[in-house]
Ligand binder design. Structure first.
Ligand code: ADP
Length: 167
């Protein structure tokens, strides 16, 4: 039984994240998507909204016999991973620019908790330029985010924008 944690902000979940989850499902029996609760960041979607969206969209990906669970956590990732009895931390790597930060984090996490391994996975080429941050920027400037995020997320972004305009 191999259990992995896929941690991140997922603000919002993109098709790049889903690609990584689908690939991860070929390697692990269970993937826990851990939404990091970061009180220092002003998010676009609340943790509850992100949780709901992730739960909805992971239903549609092909995942074989792998179980995908959505959860949230705060504090040290390695503590959370140990509490969840996970063996592996999954992270997505897009470009060399991701690598330096991810490498540091992986080694620090190994220093803190040597029993955990970090596995880096590469998404399909079309997602290598995609990030939650860029998606929000494009969306806020009126650009089309179709194909970058699942349709349910695009709709939720529109609802949030409309609520902002009215409020
Ligand atoms: P964080 O704030 O931890 O970077 P994100 O939600 O932005 O949270 O990303 C979570 C994980 O998913 C990270 O490992 C990130 O590198 C990876 N990731 C994000 N977007 C993509 C993508 N388009 N393709 C592959 N991996 C991605």
């Amino acid at each position: 039984m191999r259990r992995a944690i896929y941690p991140g902000s997922f603000d919002p979940v993109t098709n790049g994240h889903l690609d990584i989850i689908e690939r991860g499902c070929k390697l692990f029996d269970e993937i826990i998507i851990g939404i990091l609760v970061n009180p220092n960041k002003e998010p676009f979607f609340t943790v509850e909204e992100r949780h709901e969206m992730l739960t909805e969209v992971v239903k549609n990906i092909s995942r074989g016999r792998c179980t995908v669970r959505v959860d949230s956590f705060s504090g040290l990732l390695v503590k959370y991973a140990v509490a969840q009895q996970a063996d592996v931390i999954v992270r997505g790597i897009r470009a060399i620019s991701d690598y330096e930060y991810e490498f540091q984090m992986a080694l620090m996490n190994r220093h803190l908790e040597p029993s955990l391994e970090t596995v880096f996975m590469m998404p399909a080429e079309q997602y290598t330029y995609l990030s939650s941050r860029l998606t929000k920027e494009v969306f806020n400037l009126g650009g089309d985010v179709t194909g970058l995020v699942p349709p349910a997320v695009e709709q939720a972004m529109r609802r949030k924008q409309d609520a902002g305009v009215r409020g």
